[in-house]
Design a protein around this ligand. Structure first.
Ligand code: FES
Length: 268
C-alpha cells in the first residue's frame, strides 16, 4: 500500500452542491501524488479532540495539487465540516485503503457505474481515470436518487463524455424506481451499452441492499462487479477491527483490505 500522510492542509473551497450536500477541495499535494480512485481520507472534523473520531470520505476527485470530497451533512461531524471556510486548515490522514482495480477494464470492455445517492462520490474519480486510461471507452453512469433535487454530478459525468441515466424513487426524473431496476432494464434491453454482458464491468457504490442486488445480477450474468463499501470506521488503518465484514475467505477490514471489493467475495 502507498505510504500514508498525516498533516494539516488548507481548505480551498467548501460549497453547497445539493439540498444537504457539499463539495470540499483540500490542497494536499503530498496526498494526491499517491492517491487512486476508490481510496479514502480520514478527516478530523474539528481541530480539537472533540468529536474524537475522524470521519472517512472517499476521494471524489483527484486533481494535480488538491483533492475533493463530496459529502452529505447528516450528523455532528459532517455538519461541523459544512461550516468550514476557505482558508481553514483541516487534519487529514490518507490516502487510505485499496482503490478500484482497473485491470479488468481491458481494451474491449465497457463499464457501467452504478451510484446510490451519495455513493456517487468515488465514481467520478473513477470515471476520470477510466476515460484518461483509454479515451474510447464506453461508460454508462446510472444515478439512483430519491427525487430529482438530489441528483449529483450529472453534468460532471457528461462533461467527461460518459452517458448518464437517472433512476428516481418518486419518478420526478428518468426511470421510476430503484437504480437496480434501471440496471436490470439496461442489461435486458442491451441498450445503450450494445455489449455482451460478460464484456461489461460494473463499478458501484451505495447502500448495502443495492450492492447485494448488483452482486446477484452480476453473478447470474457472469459479469465482473466491484464496489466501494461504506462502513463506520474508527481507526481507518486496520487496527481496531470495527469495520470488519464477512467474505468468502474470512473477515476482512473495509478500511484496510477495501474499501473496494470484488462483489463475488462478499457474504451478504
Ligand atoms: Fe479500524 Fe477498520 S476502522 S480496522
Amino acid at each position: 500500500m502507498s505510504k500514508i500522510t498525516q498533516g494539516k492542509f488548507k481548505i480551498l473551497s467548501n460549497k453547497r452542491v445539493g439540498p444537504d450536500c457539499f463539495k470540499m477541495a483540500i490542497g494536499a499535494p503530498a496526498i494526491v501524488r499517491k492517491a487512486a480512485p476508490g481510496q479514502f481520507v480520514h478527516l478530523r472534523c474539528l481541530n480539537s479532540t472533540e468529536p474524537l473520531l475522524r470521519r472517512p470520505f472517499s476521494l471524489h476527485r483527484i486533481n494535480r495539487n488538491n483533492f475533493e470530497i463530496l459529502y452529505r451533512a447528516v450528523g455532528r461531524g459532517t455538519n461541523l465540516l459544512a461550516k468550514k471556510r476557505k482558508g481553514d486548515k483541516i487534519d487529514v490522514l490518507g490516502p487510505l485503503g485499496n482503490g478500484f482495480q482497473l485491470s479488468a477494464f481491458s481494451y474491449q470492455l465497457s463499464a457501467i457505474l452504478v451510484a446510490g445517492g451519495i455513493g456517487v462520490a468515488p465514481l467520478l474519480a473513477l470515471a476520470e481515470k477510466l476515460i484518461k486510461a483509454q479515451r474510447k471507452k464506453d461508460i454508462l453512469v446510472l444515478l439512483g436518487v430519491k427525487n430529482k433535487k438530489q441528483i449529483l454530478c450529472e453534468r460532471d459525468f457528461k462533461r467527461l463524455g460518459a452517458r448518464v441515466q437517472i433512476a428516481s424513487d418518486d419518478g420526478t426524473r428518468g426511470y421510476k424506481g430503484l437504480v437496480t431496476g434501471l440496471l436490470r432494464k439496461v442489461l435486458r434491453t442491451n441498450e445503450p451499452t450494445n455489449q455482451r454482458t460478460n464484456e461489461l464491468t460494473i463499478y458501484a457504490c451505495g447502500p448495502k441492499p443495492m450492492l447485494k442486488e448488483i452482486a446477484q445480477i452480476s453473478f447470474r450474468l457472469g459479469m465482473a462487479a466491484y464496489a466501494s463499501l461504506e462502513e463506520n470506521m474508527a481507526c481507518g488503518v486496520g487496527a481496531c477491527l470495527g469495520c470488519a465484514i464477512k467474505t468468502r475467505e474470512s473477515y476482512k477490514r473495509v478500511c484496510k483490505d477495501g474499501p473496494v471489493f470484488n462483489l463475488k467475495e462478499i457474504r451478504w
